[in-house]
Ligand binder design. Structure first.
Ligand code: FNR
Length: 332
């Protein structure tokens, strides 16, 4: 996999499942990260080919829940992100998926307490020897690219120093989220500190933070000198951000997402979460559609509920076009 000059869908828990990754790719994403999956969870899974929908599933033994679903169509661009604090566990998980994905990535940026308390995510940033151990173990034993995604450290010098150590492990690229562990999503991403990392490394750096419009891909590249750009929220709210033509109406993107969710039999919790995020950004959950999404308890239920709403809004639009004189005859 080549990491130069790429538009990248960021890893997003509950969002970055197969239908969302395919959606982003359809609009122009070159590389699509899956949601972070914790090594312990993945180790309970077995690989199954799902002939029914044409997917490859990693299914948790006992609960039968699908922990990771992929398909051949995305094999050359999907990145499997692992949440881990241990080189051997990370390697075992990477070996389970390495023939079905394009690359593996280690999450070194998650600031949530469940990650930190397990020594994962941003907790790794304080343990450069463990980072070295995990990345070199993966590099030596896998024949697909290995990458990691970090946040900024307290000072630009610290970030650069850690990035240099990471580069020495032989990773193919480094994704840098331009925020510190204590920063909130509303705090502006520090593109200048990503630029410091780019200047210090030879491997491709994937710049991440505050890309909300297609033009921002060029702006962040210019500001940081980064080879590639990764986007999370901008894509979640409207995945057509990847398209070089103008953004599509979010309603169209949302409907295509629902269609793909149904086609790929997506986990209902993931579909609901993603739809709620889209709706909350542009509209509000208290309206009919938001309520329908919240109440749905399966994909079939969701499809039925929102079909009624779309049908009604189409019918209302048609009625609006009808000559007022003939409206009285309408049975709608
Ligand atoms: C994230 N982020 C994230 N990062 C990561 O490495 N693994 C993950 O699983 C997740 N999950 C996740 C879920 C959701 C809903 C959001 C919004 C974010 C962080 C994400 O990849 C990215 O680094 C930040 O959101 C900053 O990028 P944007 O949003 O400014 O483009």
């Amino acid at each position: 996999m080549d990491y130069h000059n790429k538009l990248v869908l960021a890893p997003m828990v509950r969002v970055g499942t197969l239908p969302f990754r395919l959606l982003a790719a359809e609009y122009g994403a070159d590389i699509t990260y899956g949601e972070e999956i914790i090594d312990h969870k993945m180790l309970k899974c077995e690989r199954r080919v799902n002939e029914h929908i044409g997917s490859i599933d990693f299914v948790e033994k006992g609960t039968e829940s699908v922990v990771f679903r992929t398909c051949n169509e995305e094999r050359k661009r999907v990145v499997f992100q692992i949440g881990t604090s241990d080189a051997l566990r990370a390697l075992t998980v990477a070996q389970m998926v390495c023939n079905d994905v394009a690359a593996v990535d280690i999450n070194m940026g998650c600031p949530k307490s469940f990650s930190l308390s397990g020594g994962m995510g941003a907790a790794l940033l304080a343990k450069p020897d463990l980072i070295h151990d995990i990345l070199t173990t993966l590099r030596r034993n896998l024949n697909i690219p290995v990458t990691c995604k970090i946040r900024l450290l307290k000072s630009p010098q610290d970030t650069v120093e850690l990035s240099r150590r990471i580069e020495k492990t032989g990773v193919s690229a480094l994704a840098v989220h331009g925020r510190k562990v204590a920063d909130r999503p509303r705090d502006p991403a520090k593109w200048s500190e990503i630029a410091d990392v780019v200047a210090a490394l030879s491997i491709p750096v994937i710049a991440n933070g505050d890309v909300f419009e297609h033009d921002d891909f060029y702006r962040i590249k210019l500001a940081t000198g980064a080879s590639s750009v990764m986007v999370a929220r901008g894509a979640l709210w409207n995945a057509s951000i990847f398209s070089s033509q103008c953004k599509l109406p979010w309603e169209d993107v949302k409907r295509e997402y629902v269609r793909k969710s149904i086609l790929w039999d997506n986990d209902i919790k993931s579909t609901k979460h993603t739809l709620k995020e889209m709706i909350m950004h542009y509209s509000c959950l208290e309206l009919a559609e938001g309520k329908a999404v919240i109440k749905s308890n399966s994909l079939a239920d969701l499809a039925g509920r929102i079909l009624m709403i779309y049908a009604r809004s189409h019918a209302e639009a048609f009625l609006g076009w009808i000559n007022p004189a003939s409206r009285g005859n309408s049975k709608l």
